[in-house]
Design a protein around this ligand. Sequence first.
Ligand code: ADP
Ligand code: MG
Length: 595
Amino acid sequence: MLVTSGRQLIFSVFAIVVLALLASVVAWYMGPASQRILVVFFVSLIAVVAIGVYSGNSGILSFGHVSFMAIGAYASSLLTVPAMMKAATLPKLPEWLASTEMGLLPAIVIALLFTALIAVVTGVIFGKLEGSAATIATLGLLIITHGVIIGWRDVTRGSGSFFGVPRETTLVVAMVGAVVALVVARLYRDSISGLKLRASRENAIAASAVGVNIRRERLIAWVLSAMLMALSGALMAHFLGAFSPKSFYFTVTFHLLAMLIVGGMTTVTGAIAGSVLITIVTEILRHLEGGFSLGFIDVPQIFGTTQIGIALLILFAMFKKSDGLLGLKEWEERLIKFTHPAVSQQSLGAVEPAGFLTAQGMTMRFGGLTAVDKVDFLLKPGEIVGLIGPNGSGKTTLLNMLSGVLEASEGTFKIGDIVLDGVPSHFIAEHGIARTFQNIRLFGHLSVYQNVLVAALSTNGGEHAHGRTQSALARMGMSQFADMEAGTLSYGDQRRVEIARALACQPSLLFLDEPAAGMNREETDALMDMLRSLTKDLGIGILLVDHDLKLINQLCDRISVLNEGKLIAQGTPAEIRKNPAVIEAYLGTSSEQHQ
Ligand code: ADP
Ligand code: MG
């Protein structure tokens, strides 16, 4: 299922097909040399968009993808080389493989499935890693795969050349392969999984908090991109006819990543642009590398010109445009306005009969500091509970534990009968708890609409996602900003989008961490009315953290007060105002109330 306007996609696919055909026709007329360049270009392009499917959408740079290219190349070659040839070059091949002789298409299909299998296994293992650890692990994958290929002589001919592969990658075959890969990558980007993954790239904590199972989405992208890599590898093998493990190692990795990084990782447009640019620059430099004459002066042969030239291009792109030359948006996204599907709005009330949140003995230690110390807490649907306390008293930390962002050092909490200790954030979101963040965590480069849609898609099975998105935006008065990039809004608007995003989860309980911070009096009053209506109309229970005691006093049914991690008072606003311990805690740190 797709989550963008059909028109954008149709234009995109149309442009891809037209460009590919045009390039092929031009190369056809220009002769065999141009045709060869274009075939290599098409096959490389498949690999570039393939890496983009994973790295661009997840934000995790991969150095390991060329492994899958190698696996695709060897697998499809082993299946297609004639049995006679195999008997001569690979005498120790297992009988079933030795006698197999397939056509290109079935061989590629099997090679892709085989690669997918390996990708599932490696993806599950790598899924446990984050950020640069994940990137470094992919480097390990490249080296291990290379080692295995060299070591597995009976099947791969070791470090020697694997030859005799039927040369079946014609210009047409390469073009069809490239079109297929580009369309798949483009569709994936705007699939539900692709959108969720892009949200997690923008902000992993927030994505989990609205119900995105990041590991699952990463695995999907990993497997899909591995299969596209295998397609590229297989087509390359059938173009070259002979290759060795070196053909799929660091040099190619560098080349492909250069294309991706220079063009822009996050879009198919960027991948195409980077591939075109690097291919042209490479061709020019390759001619110059052997030395050339300027008429009056002879420039001698300089080795490594191509590599250095590409490296300089990467540096230039990084300094000028770190998101790549074509940045974060597809060309058609710039040209064609996204029309939101017309759907009836949805009630945002919780679907399941909402349960109480009960927490006991919640404790969080950071090294020697006990940030939250044996705090008990209760929140019912339909009520507003204030959580106040001086700066650093543990309010945010308590919220982080109750929403699965942090795992508690001690204590237990549950919603209804479902125990939530140690479960991932997205699981808690699916069970009816949504939240906002003190330091705003939007998906900055996604549109406001997409920010909210991700939440709707990731909760309650994604049902009526567009209806919930539009209702949530309307309720927060943010509908007119739907198409804006979320990161460009004012803080007040960003906070409202965050609340809309939380509401789209159809929560029974909502945690708001200083939602009025950065809002003026007028905005704050409007927010208060809004929160009241949420409890009245929808029966949502709200946990409200704020420094604004006026807001807290007017709004809350009950108030809990934290000081230095300990719960020092609980009660109605009237009781809290009179409580001596609270007065002392606040007087002792009175300067902080005004921050
Ligand atoms: P509040 O939200 O009430 O201002 P916090 O919960 O943010 O307070 O912080 C409580 C204490 O825990 C502070 O001393 C803070 O420095 C510390 N703290 C919060 N988060 C972390 C963390 N991730 N790692 C280490 N210390 C933390
Ligand atoms: Mg805080």
